[in-house]
Design a protein around this ligand. Structure first.
Ligand code: SAM
Length: 462
């Protein structure tokens, strides 16, 4: 069968591929299709055609796979949040493990590395401690709404249809954030609808209401509500804040971030405290962390503890070691390891994260952690301390090649590599494998119902 772009075909999904897409192979030619499960018979439009593969858009499921289950969320067929909700959780974990194994073998060309079973998330719903909902002047309509002329088509607040910047699904109930978040979301929606102020238009960049960011602390059941607007209007936002604070005693922080930046990211320009404090407090193990509106914090608190426990196990510290944590963020891994190390040094590029890391160490009375600010490739060569163990937790793009060389020249006895991207993990492990043996990898699921998977790898100097 010779596939043509823009033509439609009936295909059978035979496997799941990288990126969580379904794979069909008509006459052996790979076609990748989003939101499909092995066993599905689907009607597909070819959207991209290359020499050795193609991409298709799912038009209709003709016969659903027996592997499919009913998604808990009413938007799960459309929303970008959790594309795998119709895949049973056990199977999600199996696919994730295979994704890690395949990446290590095919991209990293490393054979026979033991990849352990995925450490699951518990719970698998209501697990996210941070959600960001976008406001839109013209919400995206669900298929059943399209035909209904009584449906209001204007304002919506929710999550994006994947691959779009201007299509926002009006989410009434999000299953991956704690339940109270949905009540807050509903109250904010009602207030905005009645406010008489326009919602931000993602094309003209006009309008007032932009984002609602919610953060939750598992340890203290506290909430932060960050209302992001394009302009300043204290009177209106304060009234919304007053209503929310009056209704919910566990909203400990209400903020108004004001930004007219055109990007879809809710980065502050000006922050006004509307109610309570400018942060909430969360715990990892028995360490406390003050989290402000724009600080980075792992989004699945409980699974993060499992991840760090694995990092500590692999680091195998006795109290005598000097540890170096590369890409240290707000210092959560250094603190977690501090009690079993002589000294932990962290390097991180974002100024506010380094400030938070220092504050977090102070807050917990930890004196054996020191943080350096800057690009690792510039800071690392100047570091005079020789680490016994190096922890590496880079962003999705992985390590800079120069940093890999610098790390190899340190000759630390052990490396613990934490990764949120199996492809760059595999690429970096292959480079590190010239001097290190990769002993074991454990994937940890931080993001149920998505194809994302975190992994921890243990490397020992040869
Ligand atoms: C995946 S996060 C890890 C954060 C932390 N380990 C944690 O668990 O919360 C990666 C961190 O690397 C930082 N980063 C990215 N590029 C960097 C660079 N070139 N030099 C130093 N830090 C960098 C980012 O700002 C971010 O905080």
């Amino acid at each position: 069968m010779s596939l043509k772009k823009r033509k439609t075909y009936e295909l059978e999904i035979i496997d799941l591929a990288f990126g969580g897409k379904g794979l069909a192979k008509p006459d052996g030619f790979p076609v990748f299709i989003d939101r499909c499960v092995p066993g599905d018979l689907v009607f597909v439009k070819i959207t991209k055609k290359k020499k050795s593969w193609a991409e298709g858009k799912l038009i209709q499921i003709l016969k659903p796979s027996e592997l499919r289950q009913k998604g808990r969320c009413q938007y799960c067929k459309f929303c970008g949040g959790c594309k795998w909700q119709e895949v049973p959780y056990d199977l999600q974990l199996e696919y994730k493990k295979r994704h890690v194994t395949d990446s290590i073998e095919h991209i990293g060309r490393l054979k026979g590395i033991p990849v352990m079973d995925v450490i699951p998330s518990d719970p698998i719903f209501e697990y996210r401690n941070k959600m960001e909902f976008s406001c839109s002047a013209k919400r995206w309509l669900m298929p059943e709404e399209l035909a209904d002329e009584t449906i209001k088509k204007g304002f919506g607040i929710g999550l994006h249809v994947p691959g779009t910047f201007d299509k926002v699904i009006d989410i009434k109930q999000c299953e991956i954030m704690p339940a109270m978040g949905n009540q807050i979301l509903e109250d904010v929606r009602r207030f905005i609808t009645e406010s008489g102020l326009a919602s931000y238009d993602l094309k003209s960049h006009e309008g007032f209401w932009r984002f609602l960011m919610l953060r939750h602390s598992v340890a203290h059941d506290q909430w932060m509500v960050n209302i992001v607007t394009r302009d300043k209007n204290i009177e209106v936002v304060s009234e919304l804040g007053r209503q929310l604070a009056e209704k919910y005693s566990n909203i400990k922080s209400i903020l108004n971030n004001i930004t007219n930046s055109k990007s879809g990211v809710a980065i502050d320009k000006e922050e006004i405290l509307i109610h309570g404090e400018d942060h909430i407090t969360e715990k990892l193990g028995d360490f406390s962390f003050k989290i402000s509106a724009n600080s980075f914090f792992q989004t699945n608190t409980r699974a993060c503890q499992k991840l760090y426990a694995k990092v500590a196990e692999y680091a195998g510290l006795t109290g005598r070691e000097t540890v170096l944590d590369l890409y240290s963020g707000t210092g959560t891994i250094p603190l977690w390891l501090s009690r079993n190390a002589k000294m932990v040094y962290g390097i991180e590029i974002v100024t506010s994260a380094v400030i938070d890391a220092k504050k977090n160490a102070q807050l917990n009375g930890i004196e054996n952690c020191e943080f350096f600010e800057g690009d690792i490739k510039d800071v690392l060569p100047k570091l005079t301390h020789t680490p016994d163990v190096i922890i590496i937790d880079p962003p999705r793009v992985g390590m800079h090649k120069e940093v890999v060389s610098q790390v190899l020249n340190i000759h630390a006895e052990k490396i613990v590599y934490v990764s949120c991207n199996p492809a760059t993990l595999a690429r970096d492990l292959e480079m590190l494998a010239v001097r290190y043996e990769v002993l074991e990898i454990t994937p940890v699921d931080m993001f149920p119902h998505t194809y994302h998977i975190e992994s921890v790898a243990l490397l020992k100097r040869k």
